[in-house]
Design a protein around this ligand. Structure first.
Ligand code: DNO
Length: 344
């Protein structure tokens, strides 16, 4: 296992040196943030990030995310141009030692929560999701961190309109077309693509979502068997779908899981949940069983603690403060060490 930590580039308030001080930290998971979606990431920008990581003694082997242009997801004629750009970005990243790219294929919106600061009894706060509240939200008036907020209201409206005719099957075909288009670049660069599951794993605002559990994984492998077509196993996203058996999935897909986002949820309704500290006892996901299944099935990929709570008075980016994610990393280090030694 290679422990990593998400770092939002030079504008992140958490210095690389602090990340390096977390025990067993192998590298950061980062991205070039100032290139419009669909354009090629030029080598100079990648080189700059790489130099910063090198100086801090941290690897830069995982990128999260190289976003996928909506025209690709919509299957528009212009997609070929954007796929060629994406392939060029893959080749450029390969030159700087990148091994894994995390991406998602969710139409228009990335992850969705209804509250970014739900306060727990101990005074910490975390992200939460309430389905009834979500249904009452106006998709044109949402502001959440991590989203592409570069759309104007009219652009957003026409995007939402464009998806009205896109079925789950078409969206899946468009994903396959995209993957087939970029696999040669992955072969050349030695880069694994690791799709992030939809979060939460069900349709939102009438938009189809297709990466929701084991069935989606099977269809993806069947359609694109190339080994560079793989997964980001995000326990929190998949775990919001109560039907997903995470230890079973970890076991079954370990050889295609290139990156694991490990975090905890506490269920509070059929679809509702609050995020919690990483430990198994803090929520409803059996983090112990998940890590055990991964290790026993031979997983040797990148791991990162995911969304942390805000604790100790920290006012960090929701989900991405330093303290609780560092605690998560320490906990996961312990679990992995125990499992890896037991396996030997
Ligand atoms: C949220 C993240 C997601 C993830 C993208 C990957 O915290 O897990 O925003 O980075 O979906 O493309």
């Amino acid at each position: 296992m290679k422990m990593t930590f998400r770092w939002y580039g030079e504008s992140d308030s958490i210095p690389l040196q602090y990340i390096k001080q977390i025990p067993n930290m192998h590298g950061v998971v980062t991205a070039v943030y100032d290139v419009p979606v669909g354009e090629v990431w030029q080598e100079e920008k990648i080189a700059r990030l790489k130099t910063l990581c090198d100086k801090a003694g941290l690897g830069m082997e995982v990128i999260e995310s190289v976003p996928v242009h909506e025209d690709i997801k919509l299957g528009k004629p212009s997609r070929d141009k954007y796929i060629a750009n994406y392939a060029q970005t893959i080749r450029n990243l390969g030159k700087f030692g990148v091994k894994c790219i995390c991406y998602n294929f969710m139409p228009v919106f990335d992850w969705l929560r209804t509250d970014l600061k739900t306060t727990a009894a101990d005074g910490s706060n975390s992200l939460s999701y309430n389905h009834e509240q979500l249904l009452r939200l106006d998709p044109q008036n949402l502001h959440l961190p991590g989203w592409d907020e570069s759309y104007t209201v009219s652009e957003l409206n026409s995007l939402l309109d464009a998806y009205k005719n896109v079925t789950h099957e078409q969206l899946f075909d468009n994903l396959v077309y995209f993957l087939k288009g970029i696999m040669p670049a992955c072969d050349q660069a030695g880069i694994d693509m690791a799709i992030h599951p939809d979060d939460p794993p069900w349709d939102m605002f009438g938009l189809p979502r297709i990466v929701t559990g084991a069935k989606s994984y099977d269809s993806m492998i069947k359609a694109v068997p190339n080994k560079h077509n793989g997964f980001t196993f995000c326990t929190g996203s998949l775990g919001a779908g109560r039907q997903n058996d995470l230890p079973a999935m970890a076991k079954k897909y370990a050889d295609r899981i290139y990156f694991a986002h490990i975090r905890q949820l506490k269920y509070c309704g059929d679809k509702d949940f609050t995020e919690a500290g990483h430990r198994t006892g803090a929520g409803d996901l059996d983090i112990y069983a998940i890590v055990k299944a991964l290790v026993n099935a031979g997983f040797d990929g990148y791991v990162r603690p995911d969304h942390g709570r805000n604790i100790w008075g920290e006012a960090g980016k929701p989900g991405y403060g330093l303290y609780d994610r560092a605690l998560g990393a320490a906990y996961l280090n312990g679990l992995f060490e125990a499992m890896e030694k037991e396996k030997k």
